[in-house]
Ligand binder design. Structure first.
Ligand code: GAL
Length: 648
């Protein structure tokens, strides 16, 4: 495991470069990420390039055995370029240019921007191609789906639709534009979804395509950059750093042309008191690993209290900084780079804390970081180990977009049941993969596919095959609701999944924040909320019933034997205990071993090596936890990680 730091040499006086690098070397830092946002230093005046400062700092690090991740600086075009071509600035939904010119101020489809972006990337790629210290490239920064509404983007959206549908008539049919006189007779009539009307006014089919386009548009921009770097630096790995943002692109497409996934990991510094909150970031880490179903990097890791974009948060409590980094390792990260070496003394982000405070006096957090570096050095045996899981949960970006476009009921959001199921499997100490809808599922024992709202026929087919061959599928409410265009399917819910589930929905009640009792056949009682599918069993057997309201006594959860496998259907939404109860039964049915004695938010995961496995037990709470696993008695301090190696 390698530990690194994000370093911005352009923020610091040159006199600090050497002393910073000396301290990094002494501490055990193995790599630094640099160059992000520094376009105006690389090209201060149009067509005048300066790489000598970057060469100098790279050499300082290389002499100390510290590798470099170099970034393309395209997130921040220089102000001379904005002045020359104001059209490069993105346009908002209100049709106005975002004239702050601060960060992310570039339209990914603007020809002027692309011309200059390609040139600087080509210059950098050629210049650093033979520099052995540069071990990887990061493209841009935290790319979101392209929600720009300028003329170039409008053209590119029209082109995207034209390529997909060939004629406006085909598109009208697919989008159901016979409603509200919405039929197009020419591509020029297409406009991106401008205006402040709530999304609810817009056609969901059109809007889902807009989301698809916005994501594809970002991927296209990424490819432009990747191609230039690949051509010039064929042996250097390329990635981009992602996170959970407002307009998330389709991660599976985003990373398909890249060498590895990199994630910016900022777990909470304040542990919520509400025990129903799924605060553990292991969920995000599992999702990141699932994008390529391979180990990944953390490109920015929490180092101190957050701030700047909001009032300052609590600082990292003792143990958190090291614990969260090791938690990332336990979920498949191989390299963890901390944001940032020292807190900025100027600029908008001066209250987002790095490892060292403004004083430049290394303090408590730095000591913990130094300890982490030493811990990581002793973990050589983890290199080349991988996570293997028997359980997968499907996350499909299109479902998420469609849910955001049409919220289903008060309190319901797409990630909720994915997280609740992830919580339930994690509670029993199982590794869990979160995978895309196209991933190969044949190797798993259990595949949960919550809220398969937008239908992709191929995924449906693979879920049937999986159950047929003996797998266990878990489906939930709001599945099979929409066709691939985001129009409703005219058939009884869960439509395409009805045979697999062996039951259908007689009627549903979106109960929002109301609570209704639900009882399992074994007598256990829970409360459900948000949604009630009133189920009618065909070949399925009911395993839980509503215990209130006009549908008292009707099935809420069912199980169906299908082929040599099984399909569970959860018609409602419960709290953590509800899913844990159900998952415990499912694991027992499947014969998968599990641990029942883990306290809440204590995680048990494993990485497999050749002939051995590495076990991680992490106390993701701010209290000491004492518990047993089989005969073994354990006690872990707040945020403590226990790692051991066992031969298999
Ligand atoms: C990240 C971003 C960094 C920095 C950090 C702290 O999301 O990639 O550049 O802004 O947040 O705000």
């Amino acid at each position: 495991m390698k530990i690194g730091v994000d370093y911005y040499p352009e923020h610091w006086d040159r006199s600090l470069w050497t002393s910073d690098a000396d301290l990094m070397q002494k501490t055990g830092v193995k790599l630094v990420r640099m160059g992000e946002f520094a376009w105006c230093r690389f090209e201060p005046i149009e067509n005048e390039f300066h790489f000598e400062w970057m060469d100098e700092i790279i050499e300082i690090f290389a002499k100390r055995g510290i590798d470099v991740v170099l970034c393309t600086p395209t997130n921040c075009p220089p102000l001379w370029l904005c002045e020359k071509y104001p059209d490069i600035i993105p346009t908002g939904r209100d049709g106005r240019k975002n004239d702050a010119y601060i960060r992310g101020h570039r339209c990914m489809n603007n020809p002027h921007f692309l011309e200059y972006a390609k040139r600087i990337i080509e210059k950098m790629a050629k210049h650093y191609a033979k520099n052995p210290a540069v071990v990887a490239w990061q493209i841009d920064n935290e790319l979101e789906a392209n929600f720009c509404f300028c003329e170039n983007c409008t053209d590119s959206f029209r082109g995207w639709l034209k390529e997909k549908y060939t004629t406006p008539a085909n598109m009208n049919k697919a989008h159901g534009n016979n409603v509200w006189s919405g039929e197009y007779s020419a591509w020029t009539q297409i406009r991106p979804p401008f205006g402040n009307n709530p999304h609810a006014w817009l056609n969901p089919a059109f809007m889902l395509d807009f989301n698809r386009y916005a994501s594809d548009s970002t991927v296209k921009y990424l490819r432009v950059q990747t191609d230039i770097i690949r051509k010039n630096c064929p042996d250097t790995k390329i990635t981009t750093n992602t996170w959970f943002c407002q307009n998330m692109p389709d991660f599976y497409k985003e990373f398909s042309g890249l060498d590895f996934v990199a994630y910016d990991n900022y777990p909470t510094t304040k542990i919520p008191e509400d025990t129903e909150e799924c605060y553990s970031h292991s969920f995000h880490l599992d999702l990141m690993r699932g994008i390529k179903r391979r180990n990944f990097w953390i490109m920015e890791e929490l180092s101190g209290g957050l701030g700047s974009w909001s009032p300052m948060s609590r600082t990292t409590a003792p143990g958190m900084l090291e614990g969260y980094s090791l938690q990332a390792l336990a979920h498949g990260a191989d390299t963890v780079i901390h944001f940032r070496w020292r807190t900025a003394v100027s600029g908008a982000e001066m209250h987002w804390h790095g490892l060292i405070d403004h004083s430049n006096v290394p303090g408590r957090r730095f000591e913990e970081f130094a300890h982490l570096c030493k811990t990581a050095e002793a973990l050589d045996f983890i290199n080349d180990t991988q996570i293997r899981s028997e359980v997968a949960i499907i996350y499909a970006p299109e479902n998420e977009w469609a849910f955001k476009l049409q919220p289903q009921t008060e309190g319901m959001f797409y990630f909720e049941q994915i997280r609740l199921l992830h919580d339930a499997f994690s509670k029993y100490g199982l590794n869990v993969d979160i995978i895309g809808p196209d991933a190969d599922i044949s190797g798993y024992k259990i595949v949960a596919a919550p809220q398969m709202y937008v239908t992709d026929e191929n995924t449906v087919k693979r879920l049937y095959e999986f159950a047929e061959k003996g797998g266990t599928v878990i489906l939930t409410n709001r599945s099979g609701v929409k066709d691939t265009h985001n129009n409703c399917i005219m058939s009884q819910l869960p439509t395409v999944y009805r045979k697999l589930v062996g039951a259908y929905v007689e009627e549903y009640d979106p109960i929002g924040r109301d609570m209704i009792p639900v009882q399992f056949a074994d007598g256990e009682n829970f409360s459900c909320r948000e949604w009630c599918d009133i189920l009618h069993t065909e070949s399925a057997e009911a395993i839980a019933y509503y215990d209130g309201d006009f549908f008292k006594g009707k099935p809420a959860v069912t199980v169906n034997h299908y082929g040599s496998g099984r399909a569970y259907y959860i018609g409602t939404v419960g709290q953590k205990a509800f899913y844990r109860h159900l998952v415990r039964d499912i694991l027992t049915e499947c014969g998968l071993p599990f641990v029942e004695t883990l306290p809440d938010n204590v995680e048990l995961t494993e990485r497999m090596g050749d002939g051995y496995k590495v076990r991680f037990i992490f106390n993701d709470t701010d209290r000491e936890q004492s518990f047993s696993i089989g005969e073994e008695e354990l006690s872990l301090k707040p945020f403590e990680m226990k790692i051991d190696r066992q031969n298999v």
